[in-house]
Write a protein that binds this ligand. Structure first.
Ligand code: FE2
Length: 290
């Protein structure tokens, strides 16, 4: 998948998300009774659905995914998004957990996960930065050369993977502008978007734990716990991981599907998304299930 960059059959573009919905082998791993029983045990949940998965690759020399915590709405704030993916029945409780499984051995040197012990009790301060100055932004000028290509990709949301560009050129006479001028319009639009990053914070010695793993081992955690994946050192090996997110059975998943706009906070068209029931027998009737 990483080499061939296949178009995701459900999302119509290249994506590392939710292959469990279209690939039996991925789904078998993430719904294996040995695994889901453990998720149910550690979370104490009566009912659980698998609603998201993602493949994570880290090549030698890749940087860290910086410290972050997530209170469980998954609205895409890290890429300037504002569309909650989950609407919990009881927002005062916990409703989402992440399972992170190593697909290759992960040492301290090749992108290991690291957690701040006890940090799930505290919401750390965050701040907004210009999206174009956040780590998530890749300038499309290297790949897009013509006006037609630029306009088409913006219209079908394949210009910037995580960012909705469908309305960037709304109200503009695009025929009257050169491709450079249109890129200027895009820049202006992007300059108005802000992404959320965690403010730098002090760490006492011994306050964090890393989780080196053998392939097939996994960790289950609440994303309220401050975490990051460390950088991969030059000369380290390529590491692969698969994560899965499980939410309580009564959570409403992708509530904005009730509107006409079916793009989520990370700019994927989730109109055909389905939840997978993995534990219990009480499930929100507003969701669709595989
Ligand atoms: Fe995370």
């Amino acid at each position: 998948m990483l080499e061939d960059q296949p178009v995701h059959p459900m999302y119509g573009r290249y994506s590392l998300r939710d292959w469990h919905l279209v690939n039996d082998s991925v789904r078998e791993i993430l719904t294996a009774p040995e695994l889901t029983k453990t998720v149910a045990q550690v979370t104490g949940a009566d009912s659980l659905v698998l609603w998201r998965s993602k493949l994570f690759e880290k090549f030698p020399g890749d940087g860290a995914i910086d410290w972050h915590q997530e209170y469980g709405y998954f609205d895409g704030e890290e890429v300037g998004g504002h569309r909650p993916a989950l609407y919990p029945f009881n927002p005062a409780g916990q409703w989402d957990w992440t399972m992170w499984m190593a697909l290759t051995d992960v040492s301290e040197d090749d992108g290991v996960m690291e957690f701040v012990t006890g940090s799930q009790q505290t919401a750390y301060p965050k701040r907004m930065v210009k999206l174009t100055e956040s780590g998530a932004y890749v300038d499309p000028r290297n790949r897009v050369r013509t006006r037609e290509d630029l306009l088409q990709r913006a219209a079908n949301n394949s210009l910037l993977l995580d960012i909705d560009t469908r309305r960037v050129f709304e109200g503009i006479d695009t025929d009257a502008h050169s491709v450079d001028e249109l890129f200027g319009v895009l820049d202006k639009h992007l300059d108005s978007l802000l992404a959320v990053v965690t403010e730098p914070f002090e760490l006492a010695p011994g306050a964090t734990k890393t989780t080196p793993m053998k392939a097939g081992e996994y960790v289950i955690f609440t994303e309220r716990c401050m975490h990051r994946s460390r950088a991969s050192l030059p000369g380290a090996k390529m590491r692969l991981a698969l994560n899965a997110r499980y939410t309580l059975g009564d959570t409403w998943v992708y509530p904005q599907r009730a509107t006409h706009d079916t793009f989520d906070g990370s700019n994927l068209d989730i109109r055909d998304h389905q939840c997978v029931q993995v534990h219990g027998d009480s499930f929100n009737p507003l969701n669709t299930y595989l």
